[in-house]
Design a protein around this ligand. Structure first.
Ligand code: DGL
Length: 278
């Protein structure tokens, strides 16, 4: 048993889709969430840069007493998961990998789509899941340019967001795709729009519940799960503007809370003042 928190991070608010699933499954676990909104989006950045951000944020979370790190970002997992495990060998990590396996198992048409960012498609992790699990299945990809930015602005269903998704999904549907994988943790927040564009023909796979189950397995295997099932608190940090994080938190999770500020200095990340108005 351990009352220490679980650290969760993403480039921005995308990892909240994972946090939501972890909280639903493990309400008694204290969580610390870092959204690196000062650097969002990670997807178009070189893998080495995303790796350096991921190491610094992990150091910060460990400094806050985290007993485990959830890399709730496909881009950061692609760029850094392997390196993080090597750099912090005693720390349990759970990362994201594009859910090609369940998609390949569930498709009837034999055509699946993956929506992710460029960093995820470039990483070795993606190549390896396609090679291992997509036998006989056609995997179509799209990087949805600008979608992370729209979601970061809270635009979940406006014309710009719709246009990006239609451009990605129409060709997939035309080629017979019946299943689409959320390969970026921001994208589950636009599932209603994806389903609408799919017109009932698309099964959408959000890996967050499976990631939460993996978190539970790892905690239990190490004997470091929290004691009770009483709802434990979450501490939110962002390296971007506090107000916009707080309002997204409310819009996306119906959560009325205040984030704390993070500052980057010399490649390291530090907590600044206390929360906005806590
Ligand atoms: N939410 C992230 C992911 O899962 C990163 C999006 C981005 O910053 O480009 O890939």
């Amino acid at each position: 048993m351990s009352s220490s928190p679980i650290g969760i991070f993403d480039s921005g608010i995308g990892g909240l889709s994972v946090l939501r699933a972890v909280r639903a499954l493990l309400p008694g676990e204290r969580l610390i969430y870092v959204g690196d909104q000062g650097h969002v989006p990670y997807g178009p950045r070189p893998l080495a840069e995303v790796q350096a951000f991921s190491v610094a944020i992990t150091r910060f979370l460990l400094g806050q007493g985290a007993k485990m790190i959830v890399v709730a970002c496909n881009a950061a997992s692609a760029a850094a998961l392997h390196h993080l495990r090597e750099t912090f060998p005693d720390v349990p990590f759970v990362g994201m990998e594009p859910a090609v396996k369940p998609a390949a198992e569930q498709t009837h048409s034999g055509v699946v789509g993956v929506l992710a960012t460029p960093a995820t498609f470039q990483g070795a992790l993606y190549a390896s899941v396609v090679e291992r699990f997509a036998h006989g299945v056609t995997v179509l990809q799209d990087v949805c340019p600008g979608l992370v930015g729209q979601i970061e602005q809270g635009n979940l269903s406006g014309p710009e967001t719709r246009q990006i998704l239609e451009k990605a999904l129409r060709p997939m549907l035309a080629q017979g795709a019946d299943t689409v994988v959320m390969g970026c943790t921001h994208y589950p927040f636009v599932i209603p729009l994806i389903e609408e564009i799919g017109g009932g023909r698309l099964r959408v796979i959000d890996p967050a519940p499976a990631v939460a189950r993996q978190v539970k397995r790892v905690l239990e295997a190490r004997g470091i799960q929290a004691g009770g099932n009483q709802k434990a608190g979450v501490q939110y940090y962002t390296s971007g503007p506090l107000d916009s994080f707080d309002s997204l938190l409310f819009n996306l999770l119906a959560e009325n809370d205040h984030a704390h500020s993070l500052n980057w200095h010399d490649g390291q990340v530090y907590a600044l003042s206390s929360a906005n108005s806590a």
